[in-house]
Design a protein. Structure first.
Length: 767
C-alpha cells in the first residue's frame, strides 16, 4: 500500500497543471482501490460551493457542471463535518442529494473523505460502488491517507496555477496577486523581483525567458563540456582503484551528457524560450521523476545519478552566470531560502526588499534582514517564485504580505505608506543623541545586536550604548572555510574598536538549528534539539579555543570585550567553557599580550536554564535572555517553521512569567540581566521588559530609535501598572492587544502606527 501511495503522490506532483493532477488522482485511486467510481469535488470559497472537477466512473460530461452548495448533499456533509462518511446505501442518508447529470443512481456504496490543508477545506475525495457494502477500515484508512498527502499538492496547485513548472509563462501573473507570509522585517518597499537560487541547487532554479538564444546555447555547451572533462579526469584518477565495470559508469554519464541525449533535450527547451539553467532543471526533473517511479529498486536509485549530473552542470553554468547578473535599482530579492551569503552577494545600495518562501519571523535570515533594515516577508509558502524574475513587486514587511504585479491603485497606496515611513524615521533621528530616560528619570540602557559591519555604523549613529550580542557566526557564514585565528582577530578587532570604550558582548560560535556553515554541514532530523551552540563548540575545543584566543587578542588595549555562551542547558557546560576560556587567556598571556580576563556570561534560552538561573548566575558575571529561542523551546514551536508561525508568540503568559523569574533570580545573585532576543526591539514589549527590571535591552539597530522614543514617553510607574494588568491575563493575543490599547491611550500610538493599513481592492487575487 505504501508503495502505491508513494507512486500516486509522485505522479500527481509531476503533473503539469491542476486538472492533469486531479485526473491522475481519480484514475489511480480507482485502480488502487478496485472500485467503480472515484471523483474529486473542489470547494470554491468565493461562492461557497463544491464542483465536480474530475471523475472516473461518473458521466464525464458532468465535470464542471455538477455543483453543490456548502451544506448540500453528502459532499457538503463531509466538508462540514470534516470527517469521512462511509455508507452502504448513499440514497438512504437524509442528506443525500441526487444530481442527475452524474449518472450516479446505480452506485450505492459511498465513501467520501475531506481534503483539508492548513485547517481549510479544499474539497472532497469520493469513491463509489454498485454493490451495497460499507468500505472496510483499510480502504477508509487508505483514502484518508491519500487525501492528506494530496491536500498540500492541490493547495499549491490552486495557489500557483500549476503543480510543476513545465512551461515558461511569465505572463501568467498579470493582475495583482497577493501572497501572505509572516512579517520578517518591518517597512514597506516597492521594486523589481530578482530570484536567487542557492548555489547548485537544481530544485530552486527559476524559469526565465532568455533574450539571447545563442548566448544560452553557448553557455550550455561550455558547461556540458566542463562536466564531461571533470568526469574524464575523475575516471582517470580512479583508474587504479576502481574495478573496470565501476569505471564504465563514468562513460555512461559522459554519454548521457552527449549532444544527442540530455544535451539535446535541454537544447530543445532553450529553443522553446527558457534560459539554460531553467531548461536544465526541467529536463533533469523529468528524468528523475521517471526513474523514481520505477518499481525496480536499482533503477530507482539511478535518479540520484541523474540529479548529481544535473547539479554538476548547474554549478558550471552558475560560475559564469553569477558574474553577469544585471541588478535593477530596487531589488526585491526572492529565494526559496534566504541565506546570509545571498544578502552579501547583492549590491547593498540597491536592495529594497526580501521575500523568502521558507522560514518565519524568527529565522536567522529575518533577524539579519531586520539588522539591515530591509523590509522582509518570510514563509510565503505559496509563492510561485520560479516565475517572478523581472516582475514588479511590493513587499509589506509590517503585515507580512508580498504583492506581485500590483495595480496602479495599490502602488499609489503603498507609495504613500513608504513616504510616511520615511518621514517618521527622519523624525526619530532627532533623538539619536539623547539618553533613553523615562519621564520619571529611570535610565534604560539600549544596546544593539550586530553581526555585519554595516550594523556597526548604523548602531553608532543611533546612539547605541554597547553591543549586547555580536553574532560571531555571521562572518563564519560568509566564508567558505573556518576563518583562521588571525582572520578572526582582525574581524573582532574592528567590532571592538568601533564601539570602544562601550562594551561589546561577543557570543561564541552559535551554529546548528537554522544556521549552517556550507563547509561544516550538520544534518539532523531535529536540528533545534540537536547539535547546536555550545554543544558543538565544546565537542570541538579546537574551534572554541581558536575563537576565544582571537577575541582576547583583538581586545588588547581596549578591554571592552565580554564573552557570552549560547544554548546553555546545565552548569557543567558553563564550567567546561570557563575552563577553556581560562586556558585560552593563559595562552594569550604567555605570548606576552597584556589582556584582561573579560567578563563571561550565559544566555538563558532554554527552559532548563530558567530553572537554574541562580546556579548559573553564581558561576558567571552576567546573564542575557535569548527570547527567540526561549519562546521556541517553552512553546515547543519551531521558530523556523511557517506552518506553526501563528503559535509562536513571546507574549504567551508562560514566556512572560519565565522572563520575570529570570530577572528576579539573577538580581538575587547580584548579577545583571539583559535581553537580546527580538522582543527587546519591539516597542510594545520593551515597555513590559523595562517594567520587569531588565538591566539593558539589546536589539537590532533598526529598532533602537523606535524603542527609545517609546520609553522616553512612558513613566516607569505607568509601565509597572501595565505589567501588573497584563500579568493577570491568560492569553497571548489578549495580552498583546491590551498592551497596544494601553499604549495608544498613553499617546504612544504613533510607534504602533508604523503598520500599513490593510488594502483591499476587487482585482486583488487573494492567495
Ligand atoms: C535568541 O535566541 O533570542 C538569540 C538572541 O539568539 P539567536 O536568535 O541568534 O538564536
Ligand atoms: Mg538563540
Amino acid at each position: 500500500m505504501l508503495n502505491t501511495l508513494r507512486t500516486i503522490v509522485q505522479e500527481v506532483s509531476a503533473a503539469s497543471d491542476l486538472q492533469a493532477a486531479l485526473d491522475i488522482i481519480v484514475q489511480r485511486v480507482r485502480e488502487a482501490m478496485e472500485t467503480e467510481v472515484c471523483s474529486v469535488y473542489l470547494f470554491d470559497s468565493d461562492n461557497s460551493s463544491y464542483t465536480l472537477m474530475a471523475t472516473e466512473g461518473l458521466n464525464k460530461s458532468a465535470i464542471g457542471l455538477a455543483k453543490l452548495s456548502q451544506s448540500e448533499g453528502l459532499i457538503g456533509q463531509v466538508g462540514q463535518r470534516e470527517e469521512p462518511i462511509n455508507l452502504e446505501e448513499a440514497s438512504s442518508h437524509p442528506k443525500f442529494h441526487y444530481i442527475p447529470e452524474t449518472g450516479e443512481e446505480k452506485f450505492h456504496a459511498f465513501l467520501g473523505v475531506p481534503i483539508i490543508h492548513h485547517r481549510m477545506i479544499l474539497g472532497v475525495l469520493v469513491v463509489q460502488q454498485q454493490k451495497r457494502r460499507r468500505f472496510d477500515e483499510h480502504e477508509e484508512a487508505f483514502l484518508v491517507t491519500m487525501s492528506a498527502q494530496l491536500a498540500g499538492v492541490i493547495a499549491h496547485a490552486e495557489a500557483t496555477g500549476s503543480l510543476h513548472v513545465s512551461s515558461v509563462n511569465t505572463n501568467s501573473i498579470a493582475k495583482t496577486a497577493r501572497f501572505q507570509g509572516s512579517p520578517g522585517a518591518s517597512g514597506v518597499s516597492i521594486g523589481e523581483a530578482v530570484v536567487l537560487a542557492p548555489a547548485a541547487d537544481l530544485s530552486v532554479v527559476p524559469d526565465r525567458d532568455h533574450t539571447d538564444i545563442n548566448k544560452e546555447l553557448a553557455a550550455l555547451d561550455k558547461a556540458l563540456e566542463a562536466v564531461r572533462n571533470e568526469m574524464r579526469n575523475t575516471a582517470a584518477k580512479l583508474s587504479g582503484r576502481l574495478p573496470e565495470e565501476e569505471r564504465a559508469l563514468f562513460d555512461v554519464y559522459i554519454r548521457m551528457l552527449d549532444d544527442n541525449a540530455l544535451g539535446k533535450e535541454i537544447r530543445n527547451r532553450i529553443h522553446e524560450g527558457n534560459w539554460a539553467a531553467g531548461a536544465l532543471r526541467q529536463v533533469i526533473q523529468e528524468h528523475v521523476q521517471n526513474f523514481e517511479l520505477m518499481d525496480d529498486a536499482y533503477l530507482r536509485e539511478r535518479a540520484v545519478d541523474v540529479k548529481d549530473l544535473g547539479r554538476r552542470v548547474l554549478a558550471s553554468l552558475q560560475q559564469d552566470e553569477q558574474k553577469n547578473i544585471e541588478y535593477p535599482d530596487n531589488i526585491i530579492l526572492i529565494s526559496e531560502e534566504l541565506t546570509a551569503s545571498m544578502l552579501a552577494d547583492v549590491p547593498h545600495n540597491k536592495l529594497a526588499g526580501l521575500v523568502s518562501v521558507r522560514g518565519s519571523s524568527n529565522s536567522h535570515a529575518a533577524i539579519l534582514a531586520r539588522a539591515l533594515g530591509i523590509p522582509t516577508v518570510m514563509g510565503v509558502v505559496e509563492l510561485p517564485y520560479h516565475k517572478l524574475t523581472g516582475k514588479p513587486m511590493i513587499v509589506d514587511g509590517n503585515l507580512g504580505i508580498a504583492y506581485v504585479s500590483p495595480s496602479r491603485e495599490l502602488l499609489e497606496h503603498y507609495q504613500v505608506v513608504v513616504e510616511e515611513e520615511r518621514e517618521f524615521t527622519k523624525g526619530l533621528e532627532a533623538i539619536s543623541d539623547l539618553a533613553c530616560v523615562t519621564p520619571d528619570h529611570f535610565r534604560v540602557p539600549l544596546w544593539v545586536n550586530t553581526g555585519l559591519m554595516t550594523d556597526t555604523v548604523r548602531s553608532l549613529d543611533r546612539g547605541a550604548e554597547g553591543v549586547g550580542l555580536y553574532r560571531t557566526e555571521v562572518p563564519f557564514m560568509l566564508r567558505e572555510r573556518f576563518p583562521s585565528e588571525s582572520e578572526q582577530e582582525k574581524i573582532y578587532r574592528q567590532q571592538l574598536e568601533a564601539f570602544a570604550p562601550r562594551p561589546v558582548t561577543m557570543r561564541t560560535l552559535d551554529i546548528g538549528g537554522d544556521k549552517s556553515l556550507s563547509y561544516f554541514p550538520i544534518k539532523e532530523d531535529n536540528p533545534f534539539l540537536g547539535w547546536r551552540g555550545i554543544r558543538v563548540t565544546l565537542d570541538h575545543p579546537e574551534i572554541f579555543l581558536v575563537q576565544v584566543r582571537a577575541m582576547l587578542k583583538a581586545s588588547v588595549g581596549l578591554d571592552n570585550l565580554r564573552i557570552m555562551l549560547p544554548m546553555i542547558t546545565n552548569v557543567f557546560e558553563v564550567e567546561e567553557a570557563l575552563h577553556l576560556i581560562h586556558r585560552a587567556h593563559a595562552e594569550v598571556l604567555s605570548e606576552g599580550l597584556p589582556v584582561m580576563m573579560p567578563p563571561v556570561g550565559v544566555m538563558i534560552e532554554v527552559p532548563a536554564a530558567v530553572y537554574q538561573v541562580r546556579e548559573l548566575a553564581r558561576r558567571v558575571d552576567f546573564l542575557s535572555i535569548g527570547s527567540n529561542d526561549l519562546t521556541q523551546y517553552l512553546l515547543a514551536v519551531d521558530r523556523n517553521n511557517p506552518r506553526v508561525a501563528g503559535l509562536y508568540n513571546s507574549f504567551h503568559p508562560a514566556v512572560l512569567q519565565a522572563l520575570q523569574k529570570v530577572v528576579e533570580d539573577s538580581h538575587r545573585e547580584g548579577k545583571t540581566i539583559g535581553i537580546c532576543g527580538e522582543m527587546a526591539g519591539d516597542p510594545v514589549a520593551a515597555v513590559l521588559l523595562m517594567a520587569m527590571g531588565f538591566d539593558m535591552l539589546s536589539m537590532s539597530a533598526t529598532n533602537l530609535l523606535k524603542v527609545k522614543w517609546a520609553l522616553r514617553k512612558i513613566t516607569m510607574k505607568r509601565a509597572k501598572e501595565i505589567l501588573a494588568e497584563v500579568t493577570k491575563l491568560d492569553n497571548a493575543m489578549v495580552i498583546r492587544s491590551s498592551l497596544e490599547l494601553a499604549l495608544c491611550r498613553d499617546g504612544l500610538g504613533k510607534v504602533l502606527g508604523i503598520k500599513s493599513k490593510r488594502f483591499k481592492s476587487n482585482e486583488e487575487t487573494s492567495k
